[in-house]
Write a protein that binds this ligand. Structure first.
Ligand SMILES: CC(=O)SCCNC(=O)CCNC(=O)[C@H](O)C(C)(C)COP(=O)(O)OP(=O)(O)OC[C@H]1O[C@@H](n2cnc3c(N)ncnc32)[C@H](O)[C@@H]1OP(=O)(O)O
Ligand SMILES: O=CC(=O)O
Ligand SMILES: [Mg+2]
Length: 561
């Protein structure tokens, strides 16, 4: 008899995986209901069919970066002018989601899913992306939670508060946002390589939920998705093919799946028509992902010292480049017959300070009124406490479910490349550098311990907002910018930043308390954040650069901190 030389097999239950699929995440009986042989087979099919396309698209991103780093700026592509000038429209909007005036977002956490679905918002966007730290536990629990939500059986027993959460009769329509194309899923190996994160998120969710969703939520359509962080229409084309592949597998009509694409990278604003065109049978519009968009402005212009950002708090929708982006998005969507969704105001309710609370809510109200008056068909809220204000602002639309036909915004056709690229105005201050540092470190500490969205200084912080803090610090250090806003006249240097980090760490320790500071991952986060802000080359994504620290391989946990 030959001696067995195969790999070590632990004497524990393992997932029933098809050939070529290896699960390196913890085994759990509940997760096994998601990670079935057939569901994994579907994910593997998607991976095998599309991995070459994804690789090519990522290489094109790198090529575009090389061009921008050599002085080029993004602009409209002359070769696709015929698409921008053409008179085509997208497939008509499914009746189930004609009215999306207020959408709540949040991570795929059990209690939050129930709260969000019950919040009174029209839509809940369940997030595997900006709001989620993509640990194995978070991802798999998220899939379990979403399946229970679509089945209508989701409950949560908060023992500490003696409160049982369950769904109301009337709930929001569910959209799911898979991760961006750039993120791998290191716990699932397909043919020996990490799977593409978004194909795992999409594939598992679609496989388990499409039938029930179409019956109960989509009135024959669906499931519905949000697609993040794309830079070019070729990436939308891959999604379109993934949707067609999924529809074929499920035996459902082409055009059943619908998705809203976030326009949240600077290159993508010049591709809005092209993106809608690629997805024209599967589209329900575009959304202004304003926070990642600001991050992308800095990233795209990382080698352009003439395009430095002012303090993060000054880069709002009032800046010319941001207003132009929102206006052009509305015009583009309405010309193509789909929703033009607004974005997220970062304010959240402030419980312990009524005056500050009133001011925060007023800012949200102004932001939402600006959006609805400009022609947006709906908006985002980060917290259930903001739904009434957002609803009230969008009552401006009256009984109409949206403004697709009534707010054409033809005036926005005059928006130029210069408008979209205009340098944001404002001052730079030491307090801006301090705040970025304080926020960046605390966000990363939360992310490393499993929370992808957190309240910090009365604002919602997630991966997108934290990215702005990181890249702005990097930009200011890299170009030694003068802090011109507080009369100090000092230039940012690595030494100054080092002092700021030390002082802000002391402040964080005071604010969170010694015990939490010691138990948390603040020191590790500080090291990683500092390294990223002072790196010679800007990392493409904060979450990608630190992803290894949340990868937990079983049975041997090799890559933990
Ligand atoms: C840039 C972008 O991509 S934006 C989209 C991605 N980001 C997000 O989705 C962020 C969503 N928001 C959140 O994660 C949260 O609101 C936070 C982290 C900012 C604040 O959360 P908390 O500290 O829990 O807020 P708070 O204590 O006020 O919550 C009160 C209640 O509202 C619930 N809640 C808060 N936000 C949400 C939400 N977005 N969805 C559902 N429920 C929520 C809480 O679970 C809590 O419920 P409970 O009273 O039953 O216990
Ligand atoms: O995803 C939304 C954003 O603003 O970023
Ligand atoms: Mg985003």
């Amino acid at each position: 008899m030959e001696l067995e030389t195969s790999v070590y097999r632990p004497n524990v239950a393992v997932y029933d995986s098809p050939d070529g699929v290896e699960i390196r995440g913890r085994y759990d009986q509940v997760f096994a209901k998601i990670l079935t042989r057939d569901a994994l087979g579907f994910v593997a099919e998607l991976q095998r069919e599309f991995r070459g396309h994804v690789r090519y698209a990522m290489e094109c991103r790198r090529e575009a970066k090389r061009r921008y780093n050599s002085g080029a700026v993004p602009g409209f592509d002359p070769s696709t002018k015929f698409i921008r000038d053409g008179e085509w429209v997208c497939a008509s909007v499914p009746p189930a989601v004609a009215d999306r005036r207020v959408e709540i977002t949040g991570p795929v956490e059990r209690k939050m899913i129930i709260n969000a679905l019950n919040s009174g918002a029209k839509v809940f966007m369940a997030d595997f992306e900006d709001a989620l730290s993509p640990s194995w536990e978070n991802l798999m629990r998220g899939q379990v939670n979403l399946k229970d939500a679509v089945d209508g059986t989701i409950t949560f027993n908060d023992k500490a508060r003696n409160k049982v959460y369950k769904l109301n009769d009337l709930v929001a329509k569910l959209f799911v946002r898979p991760r961006g194309w750039h993120l791998p899923e290191a716990h699932i190996l397909i043919d020996g390589e990490p799977a593409t994160g978004c194909l795992v998120d999409f594939g598992l969710y679609f496989f388990h939920n499409y039938a029930k969703f179409r019956q109960t939520q989509g009135s024959g359509f669906g499931p519905f998705f949000y697609l993040p962080k794309m830079e070019h229409s070729r990436e939308a084309k891959i999604w379109n093919s993934v949707f067609e592949r999924a529809e074929k597998m499920a035996g459902i009509e082409r055009g059943s799946i619908r998705a809203t694409v976030l326009i949240e990278t600077l290159p993508a604003v010049f591709q809005m028509n092209e993106i809608l065109y690629e997805l024209r049978d599967h589209s329900v519009g575009l959304n202004c992902g304003r926070w990642d968009y600001i991050f992308s402005y800095v990233k795209t212009f990382q080698a352009h010292p003439d395009r430095l950002l002012p303090d993060r708090v000054l880069v709002g929708m009032g800046q010319h480049f941001m207003r132009s982006y929102s206006d052009l998005l509305i015009r583009t969507c309405h010309k193509r017959g789909v929703h033009a969704m607004g974005g997220m105001a970062a304010q959240i309710p402030i419980r312990d300070d009524p005056k500050a609370n009133e001011m925060a809510l007023d800012l949200v109200k102004k932001d939402k009124l600006r959006e609805v008056r400009a022609g947006h068909d709906g908006t985002w809220a980060a917290h259930p406490g903001l739904i009434p204000i957002c609803m009230d602002a969008f009552s401006h639309m009256g009984n109409n479910p949206n403004q697709i036909k009534s707010m054409k915004r033809d005036d926005a056709s005059a928006i130029t490349e210069e408008d979209l690229l205009q340098i944001p105005r404002g001052v730079r201050t030491l307090e801006g550098l301090r705040l970025n540092t304080r926020v960046g470190i605390q966000y990363l500490a939360a992310w490393l311990t499993g929370s992808g969205s957190v309240p910090l200084y009365n604002l919602m912080e997630d991966a997108a907002t934290a990215e702005i803090s990181r890249v702005q610090n990097w930009q200011w250090i890299r170009y030694g910018v003068e802090l011109d806003g507080d009369g100090l006249g000092v230039r940012v240097s690595k030494e100054l930043f080092g002092r700021v980090v030390e002082e802000e760490m002391e402040r964080i320790e005071k604010e969170v308390g010694k015990d939490k500071f010691k138990k948390g991952m603040y020191k590790e986060a500080c090291k990683m954040f500092t390294k990223q802000c002072t790196a010679a080359e800007l990392d493409d994504f904060l979450t990608l650069a630190v992803y290894d620290h949340i990868v937990a391989h079983y049975p041997i946990n090799a890559s933990r901190l």
